[in-house]
Design a protein around this ligand. Structure first.
Ligand code: G1P
Length: 289
């Protein structure tokens, strides 16, 4: 079955990016001139997804404002002949069918995803974390997961390798490689110590699930950090259903992390024709070459 729907959790506080995120949602942190969540929506659309539910909370109104049309601005751009800007603005509000739901209590990622149950109904769907951009020289990462889902017809999570000392920041996977890059999962552990971790393969911010995940989320107790963790629901589901991990062909950019934000800004600037040369000159000057 084709994946037509996606969920973007965007309700959490951006405590790692304070003070900026005091008044602005972390999902609106820009990389060059586009907010993080717009890259995320574009990634979903590039995977063929048509309907997207964004999970928000109080203080996140600016996310909806970003995607809603602003007719006065469009008129002003049209009158002043700024056609490229006009097209860019119009494109934002016509990317996909966007829907919103409030997570009233911030009880964790698993609880956020549970808010999507009525929207998803009885079909497979993707989850893309709203504070993380991915890049790839080949197919977009969500498309890679959808293609893997087509093959195995079972839930698939994006995976990447991290240094062992960093595993405690992630959901960690124990699995067996069945085909190149595709692992049958036999263990999920949320944020273990390096000693407890089954490997250094971690869940990398994108998932494709079948709707059964909601049955498990409904019975998931609070776990790490007192939060309802999606990893704990995945662990329970593993007892009843096969699950897979797809090693992503590409890079994950966790924009809510300050160093990653700086690195991504430079990397994206060096990929843009309008910025590359000037940025290169500036960096060379800066490091005194
Ligand atoms: C969440 C998940 C974790 C995953 C990570 C990156 O953690 O709980 O399993 O590895 O995203 O995708 P968070 O970064 O919200 O603490």
């Amino acid at each position: 079955m084709r994946i037509r729907k996606a969920v973007i959790p965007a309700a959490g506080f951006g405590t790692r990016f304070l003070p900026f995120t005091k008044a602005v949602p972390k999902e609106l942190i820009p990389v060059i001139d586009k907010p993080t969540i717009q890259y995320v929506v574009e990634e979903a659309v590039a995977a063929g997804i048509e309907d997207i539910l964004i999970i928000v909370s109080t203080g996140k109104q600016a996310i909806q404002d970003h995607f809603n049309p602003v007719f006065d601005l469009e008129q002003r751009l049209e009158e002043s002949g700024k056609i490229a800007e006009l097209e860019a603005i119009r494109k934002i509000s016509s990317l996909a069918n966007l829907h919103y739901v409030y997570q009233r209590e911030l009880l964790g990622l698993g609880h956020a995803v549970l808010q999507a149950k009525p929207f998803i109904g009885d079909e497979p769907f993707a989850i893309l974390l709203g504070d993380t951009v991915t890049t790839s020289d080949n197919a977009p990462v969500t498309k890679q997961l959808c293609d893997a889902f087509d093959t195995v017809q079972s839930p698939v999570v994006a995976m990447e390798t991290v240094p062992m000392e960093k595993v405690s920041r992630y959901g960690v996977i124990g699995g067996t490689e069945e085909r190149p890059g595709l692992y049958r999962v036999h263990e999920f552990v949320e944020k273990p110590s390096p000693a407890e971790a089954p490997s250094n393969l971690v869940v990398a911010s994108r998932y494709v699930f079948t709707p059964e995940i909601f049955d498990y989320l409904e019975k998931t107790p609070r776990g790490k950090g007192g939060e309802i963790q999606i990893t704990d629901a995945m662990k329970m589901m593993l007892a009843d259903y096969p699950m897979y991990g797809r090693r992503i062909d590409g890079r994950r950019h966790d924009i809510g992390n300050k160093l990653e934000f700086v690195k991504s800004t430079i990397e994206f600037a060096l990929k843009r024709d309008d910025l590359r040369d000037d940025v290169k000159v500036f960096i060379k000057e800066l490091i005194g070459e």
